[in-house]
Design a protein around this ligand. Structure first.
Ligand code: IP8
Length: 245
């Protein structure tokens, strides 16, 4: 039973304070994850990746050929990844880092190629691979952003994951009255409720998240940190984005 879990950037960082890890929230997540096997973790960029990406004008579609910009963005994400891997390790989770820039690439049409054999072997050997939103080399564009959500979708499909969870800064997708929507089958159902993310986010906020998840062959749950333990115990807290399956 393979689970792919995203820890959102707004969960593991203080989104409005550059390069600040949300130590307590991250520690609570690591405590909830403790003891979960057959798990791949992907974390977002939060105040590490997005500020650098925005400063350099790099998005998922608009790239850069500036090596210093690439090193800046990737370097920040590696620092955040170190913090996430360390927090998980303190709770006895056999977490190991996976840096997508070293493996992933986009073709000229923007299609992502990410060989998943490394992640699969890590899982088979009892490790918990911890990957992250990053930059990837992109034919014709230099480097562009790979969001953690896109990577979650890609890995979930490639590994035929049984469960997908996105632990985000909110308790689910909220309707216009601020209530959690239980289930989403199509993006048009909720178009009005899906606004932009409130802090610097170069990869599309909640609307982008829902669109990406709807393409998955399995349902995916979006929930807040307080519901992480319930999700890992087999529940479907928050919003279930139904996917094609
Ligand atoms: O926070 C973005 O990942 P996300 C990663 O999952 C970078 O969208 C480098 C901005």
């Amino acid at each position: 039973m393979t689970t792919v879990l995203k820890l959102g950037g707004s969960v593991v960082t203080e989104k409005d304070r550059p390069e600040t890890v949300a130590e307590e929230r991250l520690d609570r997540c690591a405590a909830a994850i403790e003891g979960t096997g057959d798990l791949v973790v992907v974390h977002g960029g939060g105040s590490f990746g997005h500020h650098h990406a925005s400063r350099h004008g790099v998005t998922a579609a608009a790239g850069s050929h500036d090596a210093a910009a690439a090193v800046d963005i990737h370097g920040a994400m590696k620092r955040l990844n170190d913090a996430v891997v360390a927090a998980l390790g303190r709770h006895g989770v056999p977490a190991v880092p996976v840096h997508p820039f070293s493996a992933g690439t986009r073709d000229a049409d923007g299609a992502l190629e990410f060989p998943h054999g490394q992640v699969e072997t890590m899982l088979g050997e009892g490790f918990v691979p911890v990957a992250h939103g990053d930059i990837v080399s992109h034919a014709g564009e230099g480097v562009t952003i790979l969001s953690g959500d896109e990577l979650v979708a890609h890995l979930a499909a490639a590994l035929a994951a049984d469960r997908v969870g996105l632990c985000s800064g909110v308790p689910g997708v909220l309707d216009a009255d601020g209530e959690v929507i239980d289930r989403i089958d199509a993006v048009d159902e909720v178009a009005g409720a899906l606004g932009d993310s409130d802090a610097t986010d170069v990869t599309g906020g909640m609307a982008g998240k829902v669109r990406t998840l709807l393409e998955l062959p399995v349902g995916a749950s979006i929930f807040g940190p307080d519901d992480l333990a319930a999700f890992l115990a087999g529940g479907t807290p928050g919003t279930l984005v139904a996917g094609d399956g």
